[in-house]
Ligand binder design. Structure first.
Ligand SMILES: NC(=O)c1ccc[n+]([C@@H]2O[C@H](COP(=O)([O-])OP(=O)(O)OC[C@H]3O[C@@H](n4cnc5c(N)ncnc54)[C@H](OP(=O)(O)O)[C@@H]3O)[C@@H](O)[C@H]2O)c1
Length: 262
């Protein structure tokens, strides 16, 4: 799984297709989309126009929280495959937990998709430590990934430790805090010391923790900047300074979230 992917939430129409084309031209090989983003077809158009072969790509999609019954999971996956015009997804995630549907049923259906060759790996998103423990207990197949909000303003050390313990890769969504951390004084100071941008420091901090990042970007400049964070290293002291930023800002918290389940 490439450590850097392209986020596509709120990318629609030509803007989505163009971001995918530019990202693939720049060397991105990992794309994050979802049933709920309504952009599978625009992502597919970008992939097709880029000429990059399917087998070179890592494509993640997600099934919506309202579709977690067995039959709905299977149907949502077939629809995603059709819209993306591909035979398989590299990773299929449960987008949000939904305690009104037994997790065993949902993860059982996800497992069937693996057996059918439609999905290479399964995972979850927006799962708390307690959801993770339940998933690990009831899933017939290993949970490969938990994709959660993670950035310098929402440190997720405890969840990361649980993922590491369970052998689950943590993917950070909204790794740039949707742009909110771009004027942060601590990050600016560290960026100046390395001749890098604040965005590159914010992403590098996550990657050095062993976390996968999926920033969304529309411009070639941003897409390219986000790739150029592999040629330098933050010191332990710089990592600790970012860890110590006290802001706790959860940006994504829809009514159906279950973050209060500890
Ligand atoms: N699983 C979930 O529930 C969930 C929830 C939220 C997000 N996600 C995934 O995570 C992805 C990323 O999160 P996000 O879209 O919320 O926010 P984000 O990636 O943290 O931030 C995106 C914002 O940062 C800007 N940006 C990108 N690169 C930059 C750079 N190098 N310098 C300065 N600004 C830069 C973008 O501007 P431009 O667009 O103008 O370039 C955009 O305004 C989503 O697209 C989606 O795939 C998943």
């Amino acid at each position: 799984m490439p450590v850097l992917g392209l986020g596509t939430w709120q990318l629609t129409g030509d803007e989505c297709t163009n971001s995918v084309i530019m990202a693939l031209e720049l060397g991105y090989r990992h794309i994050d989309t979802a049933e709920g983003y309504g952009n599978h077809e625009q992502v597919r158009a970008g992939i097709e126009k880029s000429g990059v072969k399917r087998e070179e790509l890592f494509i993640t999609s997600k099934v919506s929280h309202s579709n977690l019954r067995r039959a709905d999971v299977l149907a949502a996956c077939d629809k995603a495959l059709k819209e993306l015009r591909t035979d398989y997804l590299d990773l299929y995630l449960v987008h949000w937990p939904n305690s009104s549907i037994p997790m065993e049923e949902t993860l059982g259906a996800m497992s069937e998709l693996v057996d059918a060759g439609k999905v290479r790996d399964i995972g979850v998103s927006n799962f708390t430590i307690s959801h993770m423990e339940e998933a690990a207990r009831v899933s017939p197949k290993p949970i490969s990934v938990n994709q959660v909000e993670y950035h310098a303003y929402l440190n997720q050390e405890d969840l990361l430790a649980k993922c590491n313990e369970l052998g689950v890769v943590l993917t950070a969504y909204s790794p740039l805090a949707r742009g909110e951390l771009l004027n942060d004084a601590v990050l600016e100071g560290i960026a100046a010391a390395h001749g890098k941008t604040v965005a590159q420091i914010a992403l590098r901090w996550l990657v050095q923790k062993g976390v996968v990042v999926i920033p969304k970007a529309r411009s070639r400049k941003h897409l390219s900047d986000n790739m150029n964070m592999f040629d330098f290293e933050l010191t332990d002291e710089e990592m600790a300074r970012i860890d110590a930023i006290e802001t706790t800002k959860r940006l994504i918290n829809p009514p159906w979230a279950e973050f209060d389940r500890s």
